[in-house]
Design a protein around this ligand. Structure first.
Ligand code: MN
Length: 411
């Protein structure tokens, strides 16, 4: 485990700070008079990297003034590494000349965050064994919980990029076609079983054309964000057979505004769990490909205090993002800079580890009781859902910040 890298900025050295020098996440921010610009977070400040590049202090070939990180991703791993090294040199304790850097620091409270990258395409998976087992048990019984393919391939589907939104964007309850078990014909109505999915999103930073190995896939991933894959369970139940979810997963997917780089997460790598069936060679991982990232979900009813409804960890996944990305290329499908891969709902073995309300309330049969005394089976109008995550080092943490979304009533 690496240690905290000390910064000359005192707030970055606090043990509970999400953004120590070890982190250096990638975001896009604006102030009242400036931006959007690429930036990083350090302590309780944001460093305007576009300005730093314009001042000649760093060199990212002009990509940092584009208001998106895609052009920087395209520069490749050598550029990613050299920028990280340069920023560490500028921000570490004892750095020789901090005057220019200090000029371009902005209080985090004075900025607005934007979508940090342009999503090329969105793909979503189903890769937590506990989640797949819980959902399968609800619908097919414990004996047939896992589909026959589940232990052999990371199941996924192609989503849509247009409704990926940054944290803080409100989400409107969708309407759609639903049919209850006792109804003979479907009706068009507001979703009554609107849900969250606690996920991690992996961002593809390098293109590929044709099949790539799991190791190559790992190299091509730039970093990770928290991801809430809002889901309309009643719409999903009616529409999904046989082609899978469509409108039930198209309303919105929220992502956290800071991209935590693979480089920052390196000390927290953990292996995928023991294989229950040996994977075919093209899906085998050769080194630890998951990360030890503690995750939680908070639910706050309108005007009320928040209750933490779930606590889990990304290390419990059965398939890594690298395995998912490698699998996606087996067809020859080209991958592009800015492709986003959702991990799938992250649940753990205990009830308190479940990453969706569908599981937490067991399909609505066991409503959850909040600290306020209210109960929840699914998301209600006015509820604010907040995802948080961090990897814990010795005396420091690599924080993801938060991914927040409030549900507005159906229009
Ligand atoms: Mn999902």
């Amino acid at each position: 485990m690496t240690q905290l890298m000390n910064s000359w900025l005192p707030s970055a050295n606090r043990a509970d700070c999400d953004y120590p020098l070890n982190n250096l996440p990638c975001g896009v921010a604006s102030t009242d008079g400036n931006g959007p610009f690429c930036c990083t977070a350090i302590g309780d400040k944001v460093l305007n990297l576009a300005k730093l590049e314009a001042a000649g202090v760093i060199d990212a070939r002009g990509t940092l003034s584009t208001g998106s990180w895609n052009a920087f991703f395209a520069l490749g791993p050598a550029a990613w590494e050299s920028q990280r090294e340069r920023l560490v040199a500028l921000l570490k304790a004892g750095a020789p000349d901090i005057a220019t850097t200090e000029t371009h620091l902005i209080a985090m409270s004075a900025i607005r965050m934007h979508m940090p990258f342009k999503v090329a395409e969105f793909k979503d998976f189903y890769a937590s064994r506990d989640h797949a087992f819980n959902v399968g048990t609800m619908f097919r019984g414990a004996d047939n919980a896992l589909p026959p393919n589940w232990l052999h391939i990371p199941i996924g589907y192609n989503g849509r990029a247009s409704s990926i939104v940054v944290s803080g964007t409100p989400v409107r309850r969708p309407s759609g076609q639903v049919k209850g078990p006792d109804e003979t014909v479907p009706r068009f109505a507001p979703c009554e079983r609107f849900d969250i999915e606690l996920e991690l999103g992996a961002i593809v930073g390098q293109p590929s054309d044709g099949q790539i190995t799991v190791d190559q896939a790992d190299e091509n991933i730039f970093g990770y964000v928290l991801l809430n894959d809002w889901s309309a369970r009643d719409i999903q139940a009616w529409e999904y057979q046989p082609l899978g979810p469509f409108q039930s997963k198209a309303t919105a997917t929220s992502v956290s505004p800071w991209i935590v780089t693979k480089a920052a997460l390196e000390p927290f790598r953990v292996s995928t769990p023991a294989r229950e069936r040996e994977l075919l060679p093209h899906l085998r991982d050769t080194k630890p490909m998951l990360y030890d990232i503690a995750l939680e979900v908070g639910l706050a009813p309108e005007g009320e205090a928040e209750t933490i409804i779930s606590r889990t960890n990304y290390c419990t996944m059965y398939y890594s993002a690298a395995q998912q990305l490698a699998h996606h290329t087996t067809s020859g499908c080209p991958m592009r800079v800015g492709d986003l891969l959702g991990s799938g709902t992250i649940s753990g073995p205990e009830k308190c580890n479940r990453g969706s309300l569908l599981e937490l309330s067991w399909g609505g049969k066991e409503p959850l009781v909040l600290d306020t005394g209210q109960s929840r089976s699914f998301v209600e109008d006015g509820d604010t859902l907040t995802l948080r995550g961090h990897a814990a080092g010795k005396g420091y943490r690599i924080g993801f910040g938060s991914c927040v979304g409030k549900l507005l009533p159906a229009s």
